[in-house]
Design a protein around this ligand. Sequence first.
Ligand code: NAD
Length: 355
Amino acid sequence: MSKKIVVIPGDGIGGEITDAATAVLRKAAQKHSIDLEFETHHAGGAAIDLYGIPLPDSTIEAARQADAVLLGAVGGPKWDNVAPDIRPEKAILGLRKALGLYANLRPVRVPASLSEYSPLKPEIVSDTDVLIVRELTGGIYFGEKCEATVVDGVEQAWDIEVYSVPEVTRIVALACQAAKLRRGKVVSVDKANVLASSRLWRRTADKVAQDHADVELSHMYVDNCAMQLALAPKNFDVIVTSNLFGDILSDEAAVLGGSIGMMPSASMGEGTGLYEPIHGSAPDIAGKGIANPIGTILSAAMLLRHSLNEEAAAASIESAVDKVLAEGYRTADLYRAGLTKVSTGEMTRLIENNI
Ligand code: NAD
């Protein structure tokens, strides 16, 4: 039976990078006998131009019916002055909500060939392979808040962090499942020495781990985790954490690789999974054929792994990317003397040819 992928190019370089990723997906599907069907829909600025809103119902409905969604990026200066309630970025939040996506997965792999781009020493960062699983729909970002109140003549504001057992259970279970496809180690990150919500998180994580005997669960305080990511990133396999801590740690981890154009992500939950690079629509380079397509191509590999259960095809894309990089091919963002500069299209063909 064929699997339906909804492709949402979005804006800026979105069309160039989703074209690249679908070409690579087609090649991997052909090699691994997977029947894929692609359908393009609009969101972000492109949808504002076409329909007057950033996320039309037709896109939501198609995404709900699909096996997975591949997204480029949305936004750009053209839509900077639209009304706040129809800003292009609303499309991403709307899709996450419509698809019940409660987990954000951000892998950071630093092959030896890319370690020179890292702000860390090559011997520390080389061969890092960590997956950060961030809770996406709960915690302090969605808790009750007060913008300003006056207590005893002093102005205050507050935000409440709330987590329930079911919320923690599902995200830790998802992290354990992901670890089984990797090295089987999960570090649950919290601040249980100070926060009640973290103590519930930790208790619940321990309970979930009892159902995953083949996964080794340990705990780490978030301040220590922030240090360990910079000191010894290779020691991590999977990190699972709350919305707030995950927001910060995933950006810290993303810079280990030294390039925003290389980083993929997945958002998963109750419905269809959503796969997109972590970067934006890069309007400054749009249409020039120089965007790095690898973040989106690696997002497509995650799509095969997590939504279609096609591990071999996913791994074939990742090895092809590693091989092309090891051979010294680079798009303009990563080019240095002595390497071979290639366009978006050339990089895509090289990766396809190595699958
Ligand atoms: P950006 O990530 O688009 O670009 C930052 C810098 O990185 C730019 O110099 C850009 O050229 C470069 N860059 C990004 N991706 C690249 C790639 N694949 N290859 C080569 N170079 C790349 O961030 P920004 O400039 O702050 O935002 C531009 C627009 O994107 C804004 O409208 C913003 O709101 C939007 N945005 C969208 C998303 C999303 O769709 N998920 C995320 C972040 C920003």
